[in-house]
Design a protein. Structure first.
Length: 118
């Protein structure tokens, strides 16, 4: 299971790779012991360069080749964490008006998922 270290909710017209850098800086501010991050191929340029500048190692998950199937464990953790959060009814629709309350609901949903697992 992946653990959320930082959450940012942003407008749809801002690309995730740009805001991903802000989330990474926020997570580093809270958890200074982070040594590396993993991301999918969509974060290859902007995010990867920013992470390297911050002194972090970056593990990019490649796309699955169409001629075969391969397990990608780090990607699976991320996708599974998002799938568990999608089970939260409050996150299934855009009920929140403010981005701060939407980010809080993401954290509450994740905490609820963790508690249910133990």
């Amino acid at each position: 299971m992946g653990h959320l270290l930082a959450v940012t909710v942003h407008a749809a017209n801002i690309h995730d790779t740009v805001v991903g850098v802000d989330v990474l800086k926020k997570a580093l501010g809270i958890h200074s012991s982070i040594k590396g991050v993993c991301a999918d191929a969509g974060y290859r340029k902007t995010f990867e360069l920013a992470a390297v500048r911050l002194g972090l190692s970056v593990d990019i998950s490649e796309r699955i080749k169409p001629d075969g199937w391969e397990v990608l464990p780090k990607r699976w953790r991320i996708e599974r964490t998002f799938a568990w959060m999608n089970g939260s009814r409050r996150l299934s629709k855009d009920y929140e008006i403010r981005s701060a309350s939407a980010a809080a609901m993401v954290m509450i949903s994740h905490i609820s998922t963790i508690i249910k697992r133990f």
